[in-house]
Write a new protein. Structure first.
Ligand SMILES: Cc1ncc(C[n+]2csc(CCOP(=O)(O)OP(=O)(O)O)c2C)c(N)n1
Lengths: 327, 343
């Protein structure tokens, strides 16, 4: 099986879908001759031409609005937002409108579109190239929010997103783009949207996480294994709709849970998961659910010392896990 | 051009022009000096980037003449400046020191613009009302209309200068800002540094017209296109726009045609999207070489002065680099402070 990086898997998924379905096209800033700032569309202009690989003006609201228009008129647009930090001008179209199209037309119109965006920190991106805005989308009914962590998941889920009949926000952690490698089948496959994946089995505690933090949790779990603590790592993969059953089942087995995410603490994904566990697995719990998250400070300061303070690390995660295991 | 209807701003507060008149010989040489300092500093920052010490640089090389001439037409004690990320020369011309700027690129303790929280050149100038709150392209344009609105409400005769690239003009924010500023005859100078590229996207994919300035008519304000390598042309256009703003006559759109002599930032490679021919041609429009030729022709610059100016710039930048590198990184204990008024 070919070994790929996350960015290569993203590129493969889009290439295969564009070859398979002539309704699929991609639009965004610098995606043509430049091949995208992260090279997600490297070679696409040559293969698919300017009609299907559209370098847009620098205007995100129109990128999202045009995608909506094309989607409701029978196309399958992939809209690339250059960085998640720049999606704010498009929020009106994505959160305000795309999410409500099927509901607001009582099911007669729908918008099969994907809005892809690199997100996340730890890349010396400062306040405007590091944001994690996962929960802003995940909170909005009507949107599907996917945040894969591995090349295999990225390819299978992006292909599923492109074929999905509802609007999908597809979050790609930019630190994983080149850092994370893995086996990816060369052939066509799709993964189910809304299904979490147990990335590591363990009996002592459950870590519920997604994105880059999956890898940090796995690294922390390896450290703890040497100390005799077995951590189970659940990768949510899809934030909305949320697969509650997979992590509940894991917590029923381990009786201890830690939720780990880079996004802010207050009102975050961790709060939803902790509340779900408290409600549905209360009697199985041996310890309070721990939330280890990004701080409630704007993501994220630029200076290396300040960025390190903001970001979680395998070490910080390992020590929180160790504490929980000892509870 | 629309007619200049009577100002709706109270006239009592309109003070005399602080720095009237034409550019003198010493102004021209002074501008050249600032441009050279900017160039030497810019080159140093690229070097620091290649050495892994500066995480990112968005170069002002090619924009120096436009920036220095505009600054010279304004008054830092009086006007407001909402810059974008490509304004190294503007910052030097408005009194930031190379040491202060290098501390930003190297994220060192005591960095005055944002305390190392933001990308270099983002944050607020410690002594002049100049700021850049965000990297998000175009957000500064409506903010500039708001700054100018406040001056108008208080009857203060100040100009608000807002800087942006050609790509930024595609944002809804740009349209909304220009429309509002024109409706309310706000004292704004919209300064577009048109280098014909927004990262890789050429002007032809950004707009179906040749010049940004043509849009001004649609808002009901004057719009001019000037050669951004010509300090005198930029100065004169800027001086007229600033006078118009301070005089309560409303906004102006100035479009300075410049070249981006380097890739978009240190993370970019412009050979992926610019032809060899295009790159060769734009190198011929280096504003420093152009001003130098002009000064030599007017006998305002000779070899001795030329050597002195470049040597002086290198000395200043070398010293600033040493001092900046000797400083530590910001204290992480500070990292959650100053998020709200309390704490
Ligand atoms: C809203 C937003 N979208 C995308 C970006 C990424 N980006 C940064 S600079 C830039 C190009 C800006 O071009 P232009 O306005 O022409 O200024 P120039 O860099 O050429 O001086 C882009 C697309 C951003 N910072 N903000």
């Amino acid at each position: 099986m070919p070994v790929m990086t996350v960015i290569e898997a993203v590129r493969e998924a889009m290439r295969e879908e564009m070859r398979r379905d002539s309704r699929v096209f991609i639009m965004g800033e610098d995606i043509g001759a430049r091949g995208g700032v992260f090279l997600a569309t490297d070679g696409f202009l040559q293969e698919f031409g300017e009609q299907r690989v559209i370098d847009t003006p620098l205007a995100e609201s129109s990128i999202a609005g045009i995608a909506i228009g094309a989607a409701v008129n029978g196309m399958r647009p992939i809209a690339e937002i250059e960085f998640a930090d720049f999606v704010w001008p498009a929020m009106n179209q994505i959160v305000g409108v795309a999410s409500r199209i099927r509901y607001g037309t009582n099911g007669t119109k729908f918008a099969p579109m994907v809005v892809r965006m690199p997100y996340g920190g730890g890349v010396r991106g400062g306040l405007y190239h590091s944001q994690t805005i996962d929960v802003v989308f995940a909170h909005q009914p009507g949107l599907i929010v996917i945040a894969p962590s591995t090349p295999y998941d990225a390819k299978g889920l992006l292909k599923a997103a492109i074929r999905c009949d509802d609007p999908v926000v597809f979050l790609e952690h930019k630190r994983t783009y080149r850092l994370v490698k893995g086996d990816v089948p060369a052939e066509d496959y799709v993964l189910p949207i809304g299904r979490a994946d147990v990335k590591r089995q363990g009996a002592d505690l459950t870590a519920v996480t997604y994105g880059l933090m999956v890898h940090y949790c796995l690294e922390a779990a390896r450290k703890l294994e040497a100390e005799g603590i077995e951590v189970e790592v659940v990768d949510l993969r899809t934030l909305a709709p949320l697969d509650r059953e997979t992590f509940l089942e894991s917590v029923r087995k381990t009786s201890k849970a830690i939720v780990v995410h880079e996004d802010y603490h207050t009102y975050g994904v961790g709060a939803e998961i902790a509340a779900t566990i408290a409600q549905d697995a209360f009697h199985d719990l041996d310890a309070p659910v721990v939330r280890l998250t990004g701080p409630d400070v704007p993501a994220m300061p630029f200076a290396p010392t300040l960025e390190a303070e903001f970001m979680l690390s395998p070490e910080k995660i390992a020590s929180a896990m160790r504490e929980l295991a000892a509870y | 051009m629309p007619d200049d209807r009577a100002s709706s701003a109270p006239s009592r507060s309109i003070a005399p022009e602080p720095r009237p008149g034409k550019l003198t010989a010493s102004d021209l040489v002074g501008m050249y000096r600032t441009m050279v300092l900017s160039r030497v500093l810019d080159e140093r920052i690229w070097l620091l980037n290649r050495q892994g010490k500066a995480a990112i640089v968005a170069s002002a090389q090619g924009h120096e003449a436009a920036q220095v001439a505009l600054a010279r037409a304004t008054d830092p004690a009086r006007d407001h400046y909402l810059i974008y990320y490509r304004e190294l020369t503007t910052l030097l011309a408005l009194g930031m020191t190379p040491l202060e700027l290098l501390k930003g690129f190297l994220c060192r303790d005591g960095e005055p613009l944002s305390g190392g929280r933001q990308f270099p050149t983002h944050g607020a100038h410690p002594r002049v009302d100049l700021f850049s709150f965000s990297n998000v392209v175009g957000t500064q344009l409506p903010q500039a209309a708001g700054v100018a609105l406040a001056d108008k409400m208080r009857g203060e005769a100040r100009a608000t200068i807002v800087y942006f690239g050609d790509g930024a003009t595609s944002q809804g924010d740009c349209h909304e800002a220009m429309n509002f500023a024109a409706i309310h005859r706000l004292p704004v100078v919209f300064f577009c540094e048109n280098n014909r590229y927004a990262i890789s996207v050429p002007l032809s994919k950004q707009m179906a017209i040749e010049n940004v300035a043509a849009r001004a008519a649609g808002y009901g304000m004057p719009g001019v296109t000037v050669d951004g390598t010509d300090v005198i042309a930029v100065f004169e256009a800027a001086q007229a726009a600033v006078a118009r703003a301070r005089g309560g006559k409303g906004p102006t759109l100035i479009e300075a045609m410049v070249e981006r002599l380097f890739p978009h930032t240190s993370d970019d490679d412009h050979t992926r999207y610019r032809s060899a021919d295009d790159i060769k041609q734009m190198r011929g429009k280096d504003p420093i070489a152009i001003l130098e030729t002009q000064l030599r022709r007017q006998r305002l610059l000779d070899d001795a002065l030329h050597t002195e100016i470049w040597a002086e710039a290198k000395r200043i930048v070398n010293q600033a680099t040493e001092q900046a590198e000797a400083a530590g990184f910001p204290d992480p204990g500070d990292f959650s402070k100053r998020l709200y008024a309390e704490g």
